[in-house]
Design a protein around this ligand. Structure first.
Ligand SMILES: Nc1ncnc2c1ncn2[C@@H]1O[C@H](COP(=O)(O)OP(=O)(O)OP(=O)(O)O)[C@@H](O)[C@H]1O
Ligand SMILES: [Mg+2]
Length: 371
């Protein structure tokens, strides 16, 4: 029995369909991220699960209990749904100490000594045990965020919903809090549904990514599957930094081998390793996708010139202008390259991607050999 089950959930606001026929399951121990651009319906989805927003249509179950059903007219109020909620603007009570803030949702639910034990152990987990006597205003942003997490987790909810909880923090703290969240998730075993528009956060934290676009679920898969086998061009382009290189190509042939014409009329051969059920369109209009780590700079391949070199210490992002395409490559370590110098580009590995250009759907993955 999934901890969260949405079936055909839709929410309209006038003409806007914020969430469109969403079906989605989150199991215990899952860490699912809802990922997608601004306005794609992430917050609305979370609010409907929490009971803060009423769906136009559909059914929502939590731990096997129907909490909303548009046909059966079931709509359990938010306070009876037993979910833990954490938003970007986590409002700690300013007139209560951190201790009182964490203890607040426990009042009346357990004995005083039990509350004390829970508050102290939660505070220890998020490393704020020495700040319990302070007021929120006397804490840094990161410490306040930890306190808010402790308050959310203290009642031990089986379902935890988080809406961009780290977006107010600076980059270093965000990285630190990411690993804390990962550990907390393991420690609690609860189902986490986590909203972010940061693809790196989704990639690194989740067991599954649900990628949304304009209210529609585009792909529901583990992070590395979304990265290596994106369902369509939208998924391919949204996930990955620097973004995937996309080139308009023409393809001919059937079976596991295809002839491609690349930008600049260069011919190449594509051998599929994996194929989806999608067919090659009659006009052969395809898009070739190559992740930056698949672009290889060497002695052979497409001729080009170095357009820019961005060293970041651990790796260097190099852009190369070839005939008809500006390609981004990521090279490990430093790259002794000068802007304007000539370079040759080839395509490494067996995970190059081919998409139909009309529907954007993935045709398959494989190897590309320049003729
Ligand atoms: N109360 C409302 N009334 C009218 N339209 C709304 C309301 N709430 C949300 N919407 C619309 O529904 C769509 C989805 O909004 P939602 O807040 O779920 O997006 P989001 O994915 O959380 O975006 P962001 O990343 O910017 O937070 C948007 O087009 C938004 O304008
Ligand atoms: Mg939002």
């Amino acid at each position: 029995m999934p901890a969260i089950q949405l079936t055909g959930v839709t929410r309209r606001f006038g003409d806007v369909c914020a969430v469109n026929d969403l079906t989605l399951a989150v199991e215990d121990h899952d860490f699912v991220t809802l990922l997608g651009p601004s306005g794609c319906g992430k917050t609305t989805t979370l609010r409907m699960i929490a009971g803060l927003e009423t769906p136009t249509k559909g059914r929502i179950e939590l731990n096997g209990e129907v909490v909303f059903d548009s046909e059966k007219k079931i709509n359990l109020p938010a306070n009876l749904r037993g979910v833990g909620l954490l938003f970007q603007h986590y409002a700690l009570w300013p007139n209560m100490t951190i201790y009182e803030n964490i203890a607040y949702p426990l009042a009346g639910k357990m004995a005083k000594s039990e509350i004390d034990k829970t508050v102290r152990s939660m505070a220890e987990t998020v490393k704020i045990e020495n700040l319990l006597d302070r007021y929120p205003a006397q804490l840094s942003g990161g410490q306040q965020q930890r306190a808010a997490i402790a308050r959310t987790l203290a009642p031990r909810p089986r379902v935890i919903l988080m809406d961009e909880p780290l977006s107010n923090l600076d980059a270093k703290l965000r990285l630190e809090m990411r690993s804390e969240l990962q550990r907390l998730h393991l420690a609690t075993g609860s189902a986490f549904l986590y909203v972010t528009h940061d693809q790196l956060e989704a990639m690194t934290l989740s067991t599954r990514i649900c990628l949304m676009d304009r209210g529609v679920l585009r792909q529901d898969a583990p992070p590395l599957t979304v990265y290596r086998r994106p369902a369509d061009l939208f998924a391919a382009d949204f996930v990955g930094a620097p973004p995937i290189n996309l080139m308009e190509v023409t393809g001919a042939g059937t079976g596991d081998e295809m002839n491609l014409t690349l930008p600049g009329d260069r011919l190449a051969r594509f051998s599929f390793r994996d194929r989806t059920g999608e067919a090659v369109p009659p006009d052969g209009a395809l898009t070739l996708g190559a992740r930056p780590e698949m672009i290889h700079l060497g002695e052979t391949g497409l001729p080009g010139t170095i357009y820019s070199v961005l060293p970041a210490g651990m790796e260097t992002t190099v852009r190369v202008q070839t005939e008809g395409a500006l390609l981004t490559a990521v090279v490990f370590g430093a790259a002794p390259l000068a802007i304007g110098a000539s370079a040759r580009v080839s395509f490494a590995g067996e995970d190059l991607l081919l998409f139909r250009r009309d529907s954007g759907k993935l045709l398959g993955a494989g190897k590309l050999l320049l003729s």
